[in-house]
Design a protein around this ligand. Structure first.
Ligand code: 8OZ
Length: 379
């Protein structure tokens, strides 16, 4: 079995190690435009020797209706493509790779973030018991309840599928090495997947075979637009984040990987447990069998790398790769305060701690101001 810091070929991407920086929303892109600070931030964390071999970008809105939080970046307009280019260049300059995480929030939004103040869209008109992050007129950020959504019509669903494909093409124009379809954490694709959010009675709801249709359609459209070996998909089978719940997650997610398997994806990215850092394997997920999920993917012909995420420390990450449970490990929060996480792990150096009050929104503080453990010339 390989070791965590061994190189890996993941679809078209040659990676210098198996350590991936997980997607993290940071709300520092006013007007949905990436900034110079973002290029600094991603560049600091890129490169297999000291940082991440592959970075999955923070979630990126595919269209104006896809937005659900203040100051998240987008990837549909020429201006956004131009603003992403320096971010990608900063990562490539350090020998790293970066994919754009394609995001539609669905019902996890607020009328104030939607075009013309309209209701957010969803598979069904069911309000999520969830909160979103809004910056008020005075520039103060805070979490507020999500707005009541309206149900999408079938033509609108098909248009959103095309929005994903369009954003994937724009990601490649901006220089991204590929894209990750965000199908996790209770956002639009996860809303279609789960019985708790999808009460449709047409071809997009009801039986599991119908609820996986949107995921399959989006991923197929993205794969048709850019090469499959530059596409990954992120799933979070039992995370209750954003009011996601399903009657039978094992059946549902095995069906999901079954439709993904033939597409030739670069990787499948699975968030284990409760999400956002909690590796709580007791509540809700004690019956979920992640090895069976991967087995279902392989049995259906899936050849993509298997990426695991959520609360991995160095020992857990090494063990998962050494035992062959994962090909890649995605790590989020430790990368915030430790741009040189790979170096620190290998050298046995202590990790710096980030301040959670600086996760979402703000400027360089808590973002680009974390020093490396040792001076270094290059990543
Ligand atoms: C934290 C805050 C806002 C959004 C996710 C995109 O959970 C997010 C997110 C996380 O996937």
């Amino acid at each position: 079995m390989p070791a965590l810091f061994d190189p890996a070929q993941v679809g078209a991407l040659q990676l210098g190690s198996r350590l991936v920086m997980a997607p993290m929303t940071r709300n520092r892109a006013p007007g949905a435009l990436p900034t110079a600070d973002m290029a600094t931030y991603y560049g600091q964390r890129a490169g297999a020797r000291e940082g991440a071999a592959l970075i999955v970008s923070e979630a990126v809105a595919i269209s104006p209706t896809a937005q659900g939080y203040s100051d998240v970046p987008g990837l549909w307009s020429d201006a956004q493509v131009a603003a992403w280019r320096p971010v990608v260049r900063a990562v490539h300059a350090r020998g790293g790779r970066i994919v754009a995480q394609l995001w539609h929030v669905g019902r996890i939004s607020h009328t104030r973030l939607q075009p013309q103040g309209q209701a957010p869209v969803a598979p069904s008109a069911i309000t999520a018991q969830a909160r979103t992050y809004l910056v008020d007129e005075n520039g103060h950020g805070g979490f507020v309840d999500t707005s009541a959504p309206r149900a999408l019509s079938e033509p609108e669903i098909l248009a959103i599928v095309q929005d994903y494909a369009h954003a994937a093409a724009r990601a490649r124009e901006a220089g991204f090495d590929g894209v990750e379809v965000h199908a996790a954490n209770g956002y639009l694709i996860d809303q279609f997947l789960r019985s708790g959010a999808n009460h449709r009675t047409d071809a997009w709801g009801g039986p599991v075979a119908n609820r996986v249709r949107f995921l399959a359609s989006v991923t197929r459209a993205v794969v048709d637009r850019i090469d499959a070996d530059r596409v990954g998909v992120r799933l979070s089978p039992v995370s209750p984040t954003n009011d996601a719940h399903d009657d039978r997650p094992q059946t549902l997610f095995e069906a999901a990987v079954h439709v993904l398997a033939p597409l030739g994806l670069a990787y499948v990215h699975v968030v284990e447990g409760q999400g956002r850092g909690a590796r709580d394997h007791q509540q809700g997920e004690k019956d979920f069998d992640y090895l069976a999920l991967r087995e279902a993917y392989r049995a259906a012909g899936g050849r993509g790398a298997w990426m695991l995420n959520n609360g991995y420390d160095f020992a857990l990450a090494q063990e998962a790769v050494a035992l062959g449970r994962a090909d890649l490990i995605a790590v989020g929060r430790p990368f915030i305060a430790n741009p040189d996480l790979a170096h620190r792990w290998r050298a046995g150096l202590p990790l710096a701690q980030a301040d959670p009050s600086q996760y979402y929104g703000g400027g360089a503080a808590g973002y680009t101001d974390f020093p490396r453990a040792l001076p270094c010339a290059a990543g």
